[in-house]
Design a protein around this ligand. Structure first.
Ligand SMILES: Nc1ncnc2c1ncn2[C@@H]1O[C@H](COP(=O)(O)OS(=O)(=O)O)[C@@H](OP(=O)(O)O)[C@H]1O
Ligand SMILES: [Mg+2]
Ligand SMILES: [Mg+2]
Ligand SMILES: [Mg+2]
Length: 390
């Protein structure tokens, strides 16, 4: 392998192991959250949920990146901060985070990484979380982390993702997306997308079940890989096996399926239904929480992703970075509604300028900009211009 081809090889390898560890952490926390006694879901200022898993994954990823990228000062742009955790009445929450992080790090050898010499102190964990306060930008290297994307799905026992990407000089260079409840095969989705206690969690052969997956890609490689998430008591020896995935070959919109957010508050379902109709999409939308939507497209379970957030909402880079790399390297295309690529060089926001609509189409479905002329597919009062929906 030439040096150029191997660029970011070390970083990608590390990121994949870290995301596997984070997925395992989340699975444990999700199981505990679903017990009736659990009171570990909090609301942030914007009313969105946050849990022990969000902070614990952020701390774990931050600590591991700093530890194993020694000598580099690691810049991390991530979603969570320590404000809530640092409050005087948050002692038990903080203790749960410290415990969860240390339990996860103690498993590092399973993933071929060294565990800390001794358990991390509370102050080290708070420091690891708050160190992720970089604002990114057009120069230098920045890791981009959504510790739990789709926290709502996570607390419902449904789909969620752990998303880690690297940006260098404003360009995405690698992405890793962990989807702990998204099975290796789409057919299993109906069986296990909920942690229904009345249903068996695994069929008789856990090898074919492979409940979760991790997808990853390096920019320019033209390849997106998928690994099974091996969990529970399975004896797990790194390296894990990986298979190549590709975006769907379907190029007839009438055969295509589009993905969209579950929550109406996150995307206008009425608008997307009209738009889907106008471009000839006939199938029912696939509504999934989180960046699992990108995973579905990267491996051909669906063809299009349409999101139409409410006016004024700014898409954050951590909600897209990892997903964009894995979809594009699998043969897909990701743009905003104006057909422009998402811009990761502008700090925390993706720079979706053309309305709030984003279309993620496979190459062979013609790209076009959506604007006022699409208003006829919308309910009367809704119009689109280049900046807002009213
Ligand atoms: N108002 C509004 N509009 C659009 N998007 C928003 C909004 N508020 C939040 N978010 C971000 O959406 C992330 C979850 O997106 P999803 O596509 O998974 O939504 S849904 O749960 O399926 O409805 C979610 O990510 P997490 O916070 O990591 O879960 C948010 O970053
Ligand atoms: Mg998110
Ligand atoms: Mg999140
Ligand atoms: Mg959140």
């Amino acid at each position: 392998m030439t040096e150029e081809n191997d660029k970011y090889g070390k970083e990608l390898d590390l990121a994949v192991r870290i995301v596997h560890m984070a997925c395992s952490l989340c699975q444990k926390v999700q199981k505990s959250l679903l017990s009736p006694a659990s009171r570990q879901v909090l609301a942030k200022d914007d009313d969105s949920p946050v849990t022990v898993a969000d902070w614990s994954v952020q701390a774990t990823v931050s600590w591991l990146l700093s530890e194993f990228l020694e000598g580099q000062s690691v810049s991390i742009v991530a979603e969570e901060d320590v404000q809530t955790l640092s409050k005087s009445d948050a002692a038990s929450l903080l203790a749960a985070v410290v415990n969860t992080v240390n339990e996860c790090l103690a498993e590092a050898p399973k993933y071929g990484l060294q565990q800390p010499k001794k358990a991390l102190e509370t102050s080290q964990i708070l420091e690891a979380i708050s160190r992720c306060n970089s604002t990114g930008g057009p120069t230098g290297r920045h890791w981009v982390l959504d510790p739990v994307d789709g926290t709502l799905g996570f607390v419902r026992g449904d789909q969620y993702a752990v998303a880690l990407a690297l940006i260098e000089d404003g360009k995405l260079v690698l992405g890793v997306l962990g989807c702990p409840n998204y099975p290796m095969k789409k057919e299993f989705l109906n069986y296990n997308h909920r942690h229904d206690q009345t249903m068996p969690m695994t069929p008789s052969s856990s090898d074919i079940w492979q409940k979760g997956c991790v997808m990853y890609a390096r920019r320019g490689s033209g390849r997106t890989w998928m690994q099974p998430l091996i969990h529970g008591d399975t004896k797990f020896e790194w390296p894990n096996s990986a298979t190549l995935v590709q975006a769907s070959p379907v190029d007839d919109p009438s055969l295509a399926t589009f993905c969209e957010p579950v929550e109406k508050a996150n995307s206008n379902h009425l608008f997307t239904a009209g738009l889907a109709n106008s471009i000839g999409l006939k199938n029912q939308p696939m509504r999934i929480h989180s960046m699992v939507k990108y995973a579905a497209i990267a491996r051909g379970d669906a063809e299009v992703f349409i999101k139409f957030a409410r006016s004024g909402y700014q898409e954050k880079i951590w909600d897209h970075a990892a997903g964009v790399v894995i979809v594009e390297e699998a043969g897909g295309v990701v743009t905003d509604a104006g057909g422009r690529p998402l811009d990761f060089s502008r700090g925390l926001n993706t720079g979706v300028l053309y309305g709030n609509l984003m279309m993620f189409l496979r190459q062979s479905i013609p790209k076009r900009a959506y604007s006022e002329k699409d208003a006829d597919v919308l309910p009367g009062s809704l119009t689109i211009d280049s900046r807002r929906v009213c």
